[in-house]
Design a protein around this ligand. Structure first.
Ligand code: AGP
Length: 610
């Protein structure tokens, strides 16, 4: 959701800015722009649509300078148009600013600034912020004025700023939106994330909330909002560039779906040593684990479905009572969380605004925070007392796949860890589950090997306006996730439902044209027969059944010919395998429908606004 990149270096910054913006494309955007600084003017190029439009603009009207800022915009205030596109300028073009986040008091500021004669061309809060900074820096020390301007802006921001009054200087600041500073052979940089400037930098600093950075020929300096100089905490960049290319796959999503075997195995290697589970960043004593009575897991979107799975597992194996809630609901209801309740969050990006606000609320209520996250140094990570990284590597496809499977895996390991510490799991059951877990990477690999069959089924059922996904117990969250994946990338309406609830409403939808994806991998437990009965209810109404079933299970043979067989595993672990089949169904449906799979319309990778 919006991306920032900036450079001050020893060569033309424009190609680096464009390359950086391309690397930020995955976050979602609808327009883009760059600004560069010359001695007597700031020059801008902006365009609506894909970055190729901005590149065309630059071919027709080239730009060159060693200092510049760039931005991809995901519209919040005003439609996607050139006049709303960043960078925004103020003071008759003497100052240019790019911004991620939302300035909540922009109307109020705009009124004051209009009264002072500042003209406005756009509908954006960013143009108001640019004018506000210009107003505050018009006299006196520039840095002091910038700090004053930021202190008067309510909301969230990450900014990059150029001013003709500060030649050869690039300013950056953050509050609630991520921003990093980097250095490398060719200069100093700013960006929304590490992948954006990965080829350029050796070391980065993760700016803290309230910090302002000044990048110049003298290097990097950082202050907090009170004006105190901050120590520069450079971190060596360990990420490989191969982690952010599509590695020969037709899309990042397909690459990431295939990476799941490695991600799941990697998590086992990371967190299970000599048969013992330990999380280096969890920092939670056995004594604390034993006193846990309640847990609340808060997250959004796909990560919420991982939370639902986590709840099922933890309640199945321990005596801890677990609730889940969506970040956007939790923060606006009056949750009765007792101090001491462990509040857990799950997030790929670690930047999701609603999850972050929920954490801040829970902290105020005196709750310790556990975060399960994929991004090192992200905002959620900084807010947390206890931490488990999902180590899925950068996820570029907007639709989450490997990060989700990694979240599921972390929940399995966390559950075993909690149950063991509380003495609620016999050594035999623990051994048995760990042995089953060892087989999951191979099971995922087998599903991937079956992709041509899945493709054939998906391409026969992609055409209708809608589809229904059904599952029970551990696979109910997978039905929700399968439907979400389908909606996100194929744009086919899809609904996920608890199979037992179907008769209470959605059964009215079933006819011969509705594909119904039924997750039927349970074969022995108490919901196994019930799921088959639900499938028969669909069959009786002539629904188009696509079943996911366990290899060797004959029960569906007389019900449908469209069966995707997956390797047998324990029921509680089956979501880790089944979800891969669901991802592939969505993927091939989207391919048949010709959508932009890695960058689906209207979606952003990290949702940093409410
Ligand atoms: C996943 O496919 C989605 N794009 C989306 O639902 C996502 O899971 C949600 O926005 C939460 O993001 P997070 O994991 O980064 O917090």
């Amino acid at each position: 959701m919006c991306g920032i990149v900036g450079m001050l270096g020893n060569r033309n910054a424009v190609p680096v800015l464009i390359e950086g913006l391309k690397r930020l494309e995955y976050r979602g955007y609808d327009s883009a722009g760059v600004a560069v600084q010359h001695e007597t003017e700031l020059e801008l190029r902006r365009a609506v649509g894909r970055l190729s439009e901005l590149e065309n603009e630059l071919t027709q009207h080239p730009l060159s300078s060693t200092i510049g800022i760039g931005h991809t915009r995901w519209a919040t205030h005003g439609e996607a148009s050139v006049r709303n596109c960043h960078p925004h300028t103020a003071s008759e073009g003497r100052l240019a600013l790019v911004h991620n986040g939302i300035i909540e008091n922009y109307q109020e500021l705009k009124g004051d600034l209009a009264g002072k004669g500042f003209p406005f061309q756009s509908d954006t809060d960013t143009e108001v912020l640019a004018a506000h900074v210009a107003d505050c820096t018009a006299e006196g020390d520039f840095l002091e004025g910038l700090r004053r301007a930021l202190a008067g802006a309510r909301g969230a921001y990450a900014i990059g700023l150029l001013s003709l009054d500060q030649p050869g200087v690039l300013y950056a600041a953050r509050l609630g939106s991520p921003l990093i500073v980097g250095k490398g052979r060719d200069g100093v940089f700013i960006a929304s994330d590490v992948p954006a400037i990965l080829p350029q930098v050796d070391e980065v600093i993760y700016l803290e909330d309230g910090e302002v950075a000044r990048l110049s020929g003298d290097g990097v300096e950082i202050w907090n909002l009170a004006g105190e100089a901050q120590e520069l905490k450079w971190v060596k960049v360990e990420m490989e560039d191969s982690a952010v290319d599509s590695g020969g796959f037709e899309t990042f999503m397909l690459k990431e779906v295939h990476e799941q075997t490695r991600v799941v195995r990697g998590l086992m290697d990371q967190y299970v040593k000599d048969g013992k589970i330990s999380f280096p960043d969890l920092d939670m004593s056995v004594g604390h684990i034993r006193t846990l009575q309640r847990m609340m897991i808060v997250s959004c979107g796909t990560a919420y479905y991982a939370a639902m799975y986590g709840r099922l597992l933890i309640e199945h194996f321990t005596s801890i009572a677990v609730e889940t809630d969506l970040g956007s609901e939790f923060r606006y209801r009056s949750p009765k969380i007792q101090p001491g309740t462990l509040v857990a969050t799950v997030s790929q990006s670690g930047e999701t605004a609603d999850t972050l606000a929920s954490v801040q609320m829970a902290k105020k209520a005196g709750c310790p925070i556990l975060t399960i996250c994929n991004v090192f140094g992200s905002s959620l990570v900084r807010e947390s007392d206890h931490l488990i990284y999902t180590h899925a590597g950068p996820e570029i496809g907007v639709a989450s796949t490997k990060a989700f499977t990694a979240q599921l895996m972390v929940f399995v390991l966390l559950t075993l860890h909690l149950a063991e510490a509380r003495g609620e799991l016999t050594p035999e059951s623990r051994e048995e589950l760990l042995a089953e877990l060892q087989k999951i990477p191979t099971a995922i690999h087998r599903v991937l090997e079956n992709k041509e069959h899945i493709k054939e089924i998906a391409s026969r059922h992609h055409d209708g306006p809608s589809s229904l996904y059904l599952g029970r117990r551990f696979n109910y969250p997978m039905a929700l996730e399968g439907a979400l994946k389908n909606k996100e990338i194929s744009y086919q309406h899809a609904e996920g439902y608890a199979a037992g609830e179907m008769k209470h409403g959605p059964i009215a939808l079933i006819n011969e044209s509705l594909p119904v994806i039924c997750i039927c991998t349970e074969t022995e437990d108490e919901v196994a027969e019930k799921m088959i009965s639900n499938v028969r209810e669909v069959q009786a109404r002539a629904g188009r059944i696509i079943a996911i079933a366990t290899e060797g299970d004959q029960r569906l043979n007389d019900i449908t010919r469209d069966i995707i067989f997956v390797p047998r595993t324990t029921e509680c672990l089956s979501p880790l395998v089944n979800v891969v089949a669901l991802q592939l169904i969505a993927y091939y449906a989207a391919q048949a429908r010709g959508t932009d799979i890695d960058k689906p319309r209207n979606l952003a990778k990290s949702v940093t606004v409410e």
